[in-house]
Design a protein. Structure first.
Length: 149
């Protein structure tokens, strides 16, 4: 690791501990040449997840899109922000536990619907109506029958 002050390559670690968020290691270093100290952080390198949209366009996974969909579905429902956050965490865990580099947006949608169903029935129907693009009342009724059974 190069010293940010004198750019010497010989530095040594004098202290190492987990960072506050627990997702990285904080290292205090000291330069052998100038004696100045500095901090570095070491994180696990993750492979970005690519989402394949319905029109076959590929884009990077974005948690905020899932959060937005769940929040909109739960609008004016007796669901707390903590419950929504837990639901989104569960959705994200299921997605990443598949250990795929690419995932279809339809597969993500199915996971979201499955998790929202346990959160709130009205939120589920709201999400399903947008996600499944109900064309008529009969399609909507079929989805309601699935919940009632």
């Amino acid at each position: 690791m190069k010293c940010p002050f004198c750019y010497e390559e010989n530095t040594r670690v004098i202290d190492s501990r987990p960072a506050e968020d627990g997702s990285s290691i904080r290292r205090r270093r000291q330069c052998d040449a100038c004696g100045k100290r500095f901090t570095t952080y070491e994180k696990v390198e993750t492979i970005p997840l690519i989402v394949i949209k319905k029109d076959k366009v590929r884009e990077a996974y974005d948690r905020s899109k899932i959060e937005s969909g769940v929040v909109k579905s739960c609008h004016k429902r007796p669901v707390s922000i903590d419950q929504i956050e837990t639901c989104v965490d569960e959705i994200e865990n299921e997605i990443f536990n598949k250990e795929l580099r690419e995932i279809e947006s339809t597969e993500i949608g199915e996971i979201v619907m499955d998790k929202i169903k346990n959160l709130d029935a009205v939120a589920y129907v709201r999400f399903a109506s947008v996600y499944r693009e109900f064309k008529d009342v009969n399609t909507f009724m079929d989805e309601l029958k699935k919940i009632l059974n």
